[in-house]
Design a protein around this ligand. Structure first.
Ligand code: 2DT
Ligand code: MG
Length: 212
């Protein structure tokens, strides 16, 4: 009997929707043999450049170059992710391709439309399940919000639009679940997520879906 590979689960959403908290809780629920990755992965050389861009408003880099760095930051982890899954580990990701495309396309720069932004991510492994967290209550009270680039309400609105356009483009109805977290406690969201994750089918050993 062939062994199942691990599940690749992605949690996406705008800023302040509780992604990182839920990724950590999901990791604990899966227990052993679970890997959690956050994008951008600021620990690599490319990630450090991204971190500088996000935290230093005076750091100048063309938007196209920034976009390609975020994509390269995913590509440098692609083999690692595939190998973990093949070993039977579950892999949880905090942001990935969808954030990569939505935040860049939301800038509205000529020539950097959704298709251009998506093209460099073609071929990356596609999650078995993507959970998109949505909070309908605007809540700017989180400590530190506004300190990094992209953290302002008018930009977040544009990013939201691009997320939905991308879901449509990628026929995401088969592997995307929109999770409404409005008014929910951390525990309630975690329970919702765990129920959805448990319903995800086991995947045969060497089958990978890719972003095409
Ligand atoms: P965090 O606040 O989650 O650390 O993200 N972003 C993220 C992009 O613009 N492109 C990408 O490819 C990814 C993964 C979202 C920091 C910011 O980086 C944005 C918010
Ligand atoms: Mg942030």
């Amino acid at each position: 009997m062939s062994k199942n590979r691990g599940k690749l689960i992605l949690i996406e959403g705008l800023d302040r929707t509780g992604k990182s908290t839920q990724c950590e809780l999901l990791r604990q629920q899966f227990g052993e043999s679970t890997t959690l990755l956050k994008f951008p992965d600021r620990s690599t050389a490319i990630g450090q450049q991204i971190n500088q861009y996000l935290t230093d408003p005076s750091y100048k880099l063309p938007d196209q170059a920034v976009h390609l760095l975020f994509s390269a930051n995913r590509w440098e982890r692609n083999d690692y992710i595939r190998n973990k899954l093949l070993m039977g580990d579950n892999v949880i990701m905090d942001r990935y391709v969808y954030s990569g495309v939505a935040y860049s396309a939301a800038k509205g720069i000529e020539g950097m439309d959704l298709e251009w932004c998506y093209s460099c991510d073609r071929g990356l492994v596609r999650p078995d399940l993507t959970l998109f967290l949505v909070n309908h209550e605007s809540n700017d009270t989180r400590e530190g919000f506004g300190e990094e680039r992209y953290e302002n309400n008018s930009f977040q609105e544009k990013v939201r639009e691009q997320f939905y356009k991308l879901f449509e483009k990628l026929d995401s109805q088969n592997d995307l679940v929109i999770v409404d977290v409005t008014g929910c406690t951390i525990d309630q969201v975690s329970k919702k997520i765990w129920t959805i994750v448990q319903d995800t089918k086991q995947i045969p050993s060497t089958t990978f879906k890719l972003f095409e």
